[in-house]
Write a protein of this length. Sequence first.
Length: 243
Amino acid sequence: MLALAATGLLIQTTQTDGIVRLHNHGSDHVRPHEGELAEEDDPHYGRQAYSTRTGPTSTHNVSDNHVCVVVDGVRSVRRRIHPLGAAHGDGWGWAASWHLPVFGSGAPTVPGLRIESVTVAVGAHELRVHRVVGAPPGVGVEQTGWATGPDEPLVSTLLPLHGWTSTDDVRAPEGTAFTRWALVPRLVGEGSGLYAALATLSAKPVPPAATLIKADNSTICVQWPDTSRTSIAFDPLTVVHRP
């Protein structure tokens, strides 16, 4: 595990399958003087995570490894990424950021709406926590996981821990650089609040690794199989992992 705080990146590797994952909480391909335009969404920068065994889906398909809000049927994109920190320890690491959801039709932004995100990697598992602030009533929230093909020797899971109300798999007909078409796991919720999920990408199935201890609108605590615990709080942001 390696955290690069200056660039907002977290590198996660697993020796059993050789997969390297890059969690992006700071690299956005938006210059300081440029505005945030949804039409310039770049799949190679806007997604939350990338790996050596998967590729981003097409902009015409569902976005993999993406958190968004849905207003009047329009899904937001992630353009300018504001890093909030990153660090690592023995077998674990974290990175965090926030962004303004940007829309390709209708109003480009919603006043007061923002998404704060934290990724905590432990072994092959990724704890993905988001706090959605300022969402109008009825606004949807979505989180997607890793895009994999039906014939690939890979397992992609995305399990809800808190806040999400439904889950499904969405087809990406145009596929990725690794597969002609792909399936993307998706979680759905609604409105402002705290959302948490556990994602994995592996060469074979791995058992669920985190149990929710407690959560509210600004804090969450989970326990791992070895009894270690991860606590995340916002205002101010703190991430603590205790054996």
